[in-house]
Write a protein that binds this ligand. Structure first.
Ligand SMILES: [Zn+2]
Length: 50
């Protein structure tokens, strides 16, 4: 399952292969290089409808 990232800094959206977070070498925004981003996992429903 890929992870969908939306940068909180510049708004760039991109997907990355799911992987463990590595301190010091984690994923950064390919556009601005900042790390504050919102992680969205495709297929994951936070509030499923009944
Ligand atoms: Zn960015």
């Amino acid at each position: 399952m890929s992870v969908w990232l939306e940068c909180d800094n510049c708004g760039t959206e991109h997907t990355i292969p799911e992987r463990a977070d590595e301190p010091g070498s984690g994923t950064v925004c390919p556009s601005c290089g900042e790390r504050p981003y919102t992680v969205r996992r495709r297929g994951l429903v936070w509030h499923p409808d009944p």
